[in-house]
Design a protein around this ligand. Sequence first.
Ligand code: AMP
Length: 290
Amino acid sequence: MPPLAVRWKRAGIRIGFVPTMGYLHAGHLSLIQRARLAVGKNGVVVVSIYVNPTQFGPNEDFSKYPRDLERDLKLCSLAGVDVVFTPGDREMYPPWGEATDEPARRDARPTNFSTHVVEETLSQRMEGAARPTHFKGVTTVVAKLLNLVQPDVAVFGQKDFQQAAIIKRMVADLNFPVKIIVAPTLREADGLAMSSRNRYLTGNLRSQATVLWCAIQLARATVKKSKAFPAAKLKAAVKKLIECEPAARLDYVEFFEPDTLLPVSTVTRGTHMALAVFIGKTRLIDNARV
Ligand code: AMP
């Protein structure tokens, strides 16, 4: 990959990059389209597919995260992707994956790897509080991928709002020569944000999962009616709504200022909201401008 990127750079070819964990859906494809729009038909669009072990906590779904490389490659080809980069653990975190019987284990640390990128402010709350090692894994792997692919632009989804904010901060703080584009969240017809993890939603869990979108609608309707509304009261109303679904449990809901991610005590138009909800054993996240 690096020699290819260097050759493109020398030839003045623009590189657009979409990092993913695979099991692609229409949300990912919209990021690919956005990357193509950014680099034009003479540019190259690179998609990476890598389920990064270091961003999963010990009791999370790393080993059962859905994977279907054959299908992903077909979708990338149909979407006009020029290069699909599918590194293994051996390339990313040696010596993980060097023996076939030694897959990356979430409870082990790669012995030849000891440098990390840690964002220290925006990653404190919400996903960072709920998943303490998550963003360290994300920023480190994204920094590695940016160095390998050397893109001019990289596209991230608003679906992971906090992640996108942290990546933008990392790129600004550490002077990565890349423009970060954040593309809108694609949703199913009933409002559920598309996610590879929706595949876990079997039986009636799928219909219960629309409660995240209902919570966003509730917050929007509340603010439309009363202009300014106490965050604590709105959080309580969201919790009550979520708990009407038998398999749903609210992990957190937060109302915050979109640039700083700092919580607000009064919700008004322009406040951002984010929430994480367990539907059965599946943890879903969503966010939107209120
Ligand atoms: P993932 O494969 O889940 O790590 O996601 C890869 C990229 O796709 C991230 O930048 C996500 O924010 C983005 N993404 C995931 N779901 C959606 C969606 N429903 N709409 C738009 N972008 C998404």
